[in-house]
Design a protein around this ligand. Structure first.
Ligand SMILES: C[S@@+](CC[C@H](N)C(=O)[O-])C[C@H]1O[C@@H](n2cnc3c(N)ncnc32)[C@H](O)[C@@H]1O
Length: 200
Protein backbone atom coordinates (compact mmCIF):
# COMPACT_ATOMS: atom_id res chain seq x y z
CA UNK A 1 0.00 0.00 0.00
CA UNK A 2 1.38 3.44 -0.86
CA UNK A 3 1.29 5.86 1.97
CA UNK A 4 1.43 9.61 1.27
CA UNK A 5 2.17 11.63 4.34
CA UNK A 6 0.40 15.01 4.16
CA UNK A 7 2.47 18.18 4.41
CA UNK A 8 3.22 19.06 8.03
CA UNK A 9 -0.24 19.39 9.49
CA UNK A 10 -0.26 23.09 10.08
CA UNK A 11 1.93 24.36 7.24
CA UNK A 12 -1.02 25.98 5.50
CA UNK A 13 -2.08 27.62 8.77
CA UNK A 14 1.36 29.16 9.15
CA UNK A 15 1.31 30.58 5.61
CA UNK A 16 -2.31 31.77 5.98
CA UNK A 17 -1.42 33.52 9.20
CA UNK A 18 1.42 35.34 7.47
CA UNK A 19 -0.99 36.61 4.80
CA UNK A 20 -3.54 37.57 7.47
CA UNK A 21 -0.95 39.58 9.40
CA UNK A 22 0.66 41.02 6.29
CA UNK A 23 3.96 39.40 7.30
CA UNK A 24 4.78 38.83 3.62
CA UNK A 25 7.97 40.70 2.68
CA UNK A 26 8.14 38.75 -0.62
CA UNK A 27 4.78 40.16 -1.75
CA UNK A 28 6.17 43.22 -3.52
CA UNK A 29 3.72 43.29 -6.41
CA UNK A 30 6.74 43.52 -8.73
CA UNK A 31 7.51 41.06 -11.52
CA UNK A 32 11.25 40.30 -11.37
CA UNK A 33 13.62 41.46 -14.15
CA UNK A 34 14.57 37.81 -14.75
CA UNK A 35 11.02 37.06 -15.93
CA UNK A 36 10.85 40.21 -18.07
CA UNK A 37 14.16 39.20 -19.67
CA UNK A 38 12.82 35.78 -20.56
CA UNK A 39 9.85 37.37 -22.31
CA UNK A 40 11.97 40.01 -24.01
CA UNK A 41 14.43 37.36 -25.25
CA UNK A 42 11.58 35.70 -27.17
CA UNK A 43 12.13 32.39 -25.31
CA UNK A 44 8.78 32.70 -23.58
CA UNK A 45 5.96 33.52 -25.96
CA UNK A 46 2.19 33.07 -25.75
CA UNK A 47 -0.01 31.20 -26.34
CA UNK A 48 0.37 28.30 -23.93
CA UNK A 49 -0.35 27.21 -20.40
CA UNK A 50 1.79 28.56 -17.55
CA UNK A 51 1.96 27.40 -13.95
CA UNK A 52 3.06 29.41 -10.93
CA UNK A 53 3.84 27.08 -8.02
CA UNK A 54 3.33 28.80 -4.69
CA UNK A 55 1.94 31.84 -6.53
CA UNK A 56 1.17 33.96 -3.46
CA UNK A 57 -1.10 36.87 -4.36
CA UNK A 58 -0.70 36.23 -8.07
CA UNK A 59 1.52 39.09 -9.27
CA UNK A 60 3.32 36.92 -11.82
CA UNK A 61 0.26 34.88 -12.78
CA UNK A 62 -1.48 38.13 -13.64
CA UNK A 63 1.61 39.30 -15.54
CA UNK A 64 1.55 36.09 -17.64
CA UNK A 65 -2.23 36.30 -18.17
CA UNK A 66 -1.81 39.86 -19.40
CA UNK A 67 0.69 38.60 -22.01
CA UNK A 68 -1.93 36.18 -23.33
CA UNK A 69 -1.01 32.93 -21.58
CA UNK A 70 -3.55 30.63 -19.98
CA UNK A 71 -2.06 31.34 -16.59
CA UNK A 72 -2.64 29.05 -13.61
CA UNK A 73 -1.52 29.74 -10.05
CA UNK A 74 -1.56 27.35 -7.12
CA UNK A 75 -0.89 28.10 -3.47
CA UNK A 76 -1.38 26.28 -0.19
CA UNK A 77 -2.72 29.41 1.51
CA UNK A 78 -6.35 30.16 0.74
CA UNK A 79 -5.84 33.75 1.86
CA UNK A 80 -3.17 34.24 -0.82
CA UNK A 81 -5.44 32.67 -3.44
CA UNK A 82 -8.35 34.89 -2.42
CA UNK A 83 -6.14 37.97 -2.73
CA UNK A 84 -4.83 36.76 -6.10
CA UNK A 85 -8.36 36.27 -7.44
CA UNK A 86 -9.37 39.72 -6.23
CA UNK A 87 -6.35 41.37 -7.88
CA UNK A 88 -7.10 39.57 -11.17
CA UNK A 89 -10.76 40.58 -10.99
CA UNK A 90 -9.86 44.23 -10.40
CA UNK A 91 -7.46 44.11 -13.37
CA UNK A 92 -10.06 42.41 -15.57
CA UNK A 93 -7.80 39.40 -16.11
CA UNK A 94 -8.88 35.76 -16.48
CA UNK A 95 -6.16 33.68 -14.77
CA UNK A 96 -7.05 30.55 -12.82
CA UNK A 97 -6.09 30.19 -9.17
CA UNK A 98 -6.58 27.27 -6.86
CA UNK A 99 -5.65 26.19 -3.37
CA UNK A 100 -3.41 23.15 -3.51
CA UNK A 101 -0.16 21.53 -2.50
CA UNK A 102 2.64 21.68 -5.07
CA UNK A 103 3.79 18.26 -3.91
CA UNK A 104 0.39 16.78 -4.88
CA UNK A 105 -0.82 18.89 -7.76
CA UNK A 106 -4.42 18.00 -8.54
CA UNK A 107 -3.93 18.71 -12.24
CA UNK A 108 -3.93 16.26 -15.10
CA UNK A 109 -3.72 16.55 -18.84
CA UNK A 110 -1.95 19.90 -18.72
CA UNK A 111 1.10 20.42 -20.91
CA UNK A 112 2.51 23.66 -19.60
CA UNK A 113 5.00 25.59 -21.70
CA UNK A 114 6.28 27.50 -18.68
CA UNK A 115 6.42 27.02 -14.93
CA UNK A 116 7.61 29.47 -12.30
CA UNK A 117 8.57 28.96 -8.69
CA UNK A 118 9.66 31.93 -6.65
CA UNK A 119 10.33 30.95 -3.08
CA UNK A 120 8.19 27.83 -2.73
CA UNK A 121 10.36 24.78 -3.47
CA UNK A 122 13.06 25.99 -1.10
CA UNK A 123 10.70 25.71 1.88
CA UNK A 124 9.68 22.08 1.21
CA UNK A 125 11.07 18.94 2.84
CA UNK A 126 13.21 16.52 0.82
CA UNK A 127 10.29 14.12 0.36
CA UNK A 128 8.00 16.90 -0.84
CA UNK A 129 10.68 18.14 -3.23
CA UNK A 130 10.91 14.70 -4.80
CA UNK A 131 7.16 14.48 -5.38
CA UNK A 132 7.13 18.06 -6.67
CA UNK A 133 9.74 17.28 -9.36
CA UNK A 134 7.79 14.23 -10.59
CA UNK A 135 4.51 16.09 -10.56
CA UNK A 136 5.95 19.10 -12.40
CA UNK A 137 7.68 16.92 -15.01
CA UNK A 138 4.37 15.20 -15.80
CA UNK A 139 2.64 18.56 -16.35
CA UNK A 140 5.20 20.16 -18.67
CA UNK A 141 5.45 19.78 -22.36
CA UNK A 142 8.72 18.82 -24.00
CA UNK A 143 10.95 21.95 -24.30
CA UNK A 144 8.85 23.78 -21.69
CA UNK A 145 10.81 26.22 -19.51
CA UNK A 146 10.93 26.23 -15.72
CA UNK A 147 12.22 29.25 -13.81
CA UNK A 148 13.15 28.77 -10.18
CA UNK A 149 14.25 31.16 -7.46
CA UNK A 150 15.21 30.25 -3.93
CA UNK A 151 17.49 30.65 -0.97
CA UNK A 152 20.85 28.99 -1.09
CA UNK A 153 21.58 26.46 1.58
CA UNK A 154 24.95 26.92 3.22
CA UNK A 155 26.96 23.67 3.15
CA UNK A 156 27.07 23.64 6.96
CA UNK A 157 23.29 24.12 7.30
CA UNK A 158 21.41 21.67 9.47
CA UNK A 159 18.88 19.14 8.23
CA UNK A 160 15.88 21.31 9.02
CA UNK A 161 17.24 24.46 7.42
CA UNK A 162 15.44 25.43 4.25
CA UNK A 163 17.06 26.42 0.99
CA UNK A 164 18.89 24.45 -1.66
CA UNK A 165 22.36 24.24 -3.10
CA UNK A 166 22.92 24.38 -6.88
CA UNK A 167 24.13 20.76 -6.81
CA UNK A 168 20.84 19.64 -5.31
CA UNK A 169 18.83 21.36 -8.04
CA UNK A 170 21.02 19.88 -10.78
CA UNK A 171 20.68 16.38 -9.31
CA UNK A 172 16.96 16.50 -8.53
CA UNK A 173 15.89 17.78 -11.92
CA UNK A 174 18.45 15.98 -14.10
CA UNK A 175 16.20 13.00 -14.96
CA UNK A 176 13.60 15.31 -16.55
CA UNK A 177 15.13 18.74 -17.13
CA UNK A 178 18.23 20.24 -18.64
CA UNK A 179 19.82 23.11 -16.72
CA UNK A 180 20.10 26.11 -19.06
CA UNK A 181 21.64 28.51 -16.57
CA UNK A 182 21.95 29.36 -12.90
CA UNK A 183 22.69 32.76 -11.43
CA UNK A 184 23.78 33.29 -7.84
CA UNK A 185 22.54 36.53 -6.35
CA UNK A 186 21.91 38.20 -3.00
CA UNK A 187 18.71 39.16 -1.24
CA UNK A 188 19.89 41.51 1.47
CA UNK A 189 22.64 39.49 3.13
CA UNK A 190 21.12 36.16 2.16
CA UNK A 191 22.59 34.25 -0.81
CA UNK A 192 19.91 33.25 -3.32
CA UNK A 193 19.93 31.83 -6.83
CA UNK A 194 17.91 31.89 -10.03
CA UNK A 195 17.72 28.88 -12.33
CA UNK A 196 16.33 28.27 -15.79
CA UNK A 197 15.67 24.66 -16.74
CA UNK A 198 14.08 23.06 -19.78
CA UNK A 199 11.94 19.93 -19.92
CA UNK A 200 13.63 17.25 -21.99
C1 LIG B 1 7.87 33.10 -0.13
S1 LIG B 1 6.22 32.94 -0.66
C2 LIG B 1 6.34 33.42 -2.38
C3 LIG B 1 5.02 33.70 -3.04
C4 LIG B 1 5.11 34.13 -4.51
N1 LIG B 1 5.78 33.13 -5.31
C5 LIG B 1 5.78 35.46 -4.63
O1 LIG B 1 6.93 35.52 -5.11
O2 LIG B 1 5.16 36.47 -4.24
C6 LIG B 1 5.99 31.17 -0.74
C7 LIG B 1 4.59 30.78 -1.11
O3 LIG B 1 4.54 29.35 -1.25
C8 LIG B 1 3.33 28.90 -0.68
N2 LIG B 1 3.53 27.48 -0.32
C9 LIG B 1 4.32 26.97 0.66
N3 LIG B 1 4.27 25.62 0.66
C10 LIG B 1 3.43 25.26 -0.35
C11 LIG B 1 2.96 24.03 -0.87
N4 LIG B 1 3.35 22.85 -0.33
N5 LIG B 1 2.10 24.05 -1.91
C12 LIG B 1 1.68 25.23 -2.46
N6 LIG B 1 2.11 26.43 -2.02
C13 LIG B 1 2.96 26.46 -0.98
C14 LIG B 1 3.08 29.82 0.50
O4 LIG B 1 1.73 29.86 0.91
C15 LIG B 1 3.55 31.15 -0.07
O5 LIG B 1 2.50 31.85 -0.69
Amino acid sequence: MTHHSPPERNTHQIWNERYLLGNTPWDTGITPPELYELVESGQLRPPGVTLDLGCGTGTNVNFLARLGFTAIGVDLAWRAVAMARYKAWVAGLPPLFFVGDVAHLPLAGIQASFALDMGCLHSLSGEQRQRYVHSLASLMRCDGLYMLYGFDQAPEAGHDDRGFAPDEIAARFAPHFEMLWQRPSMQGDHPVAWYLLQRR
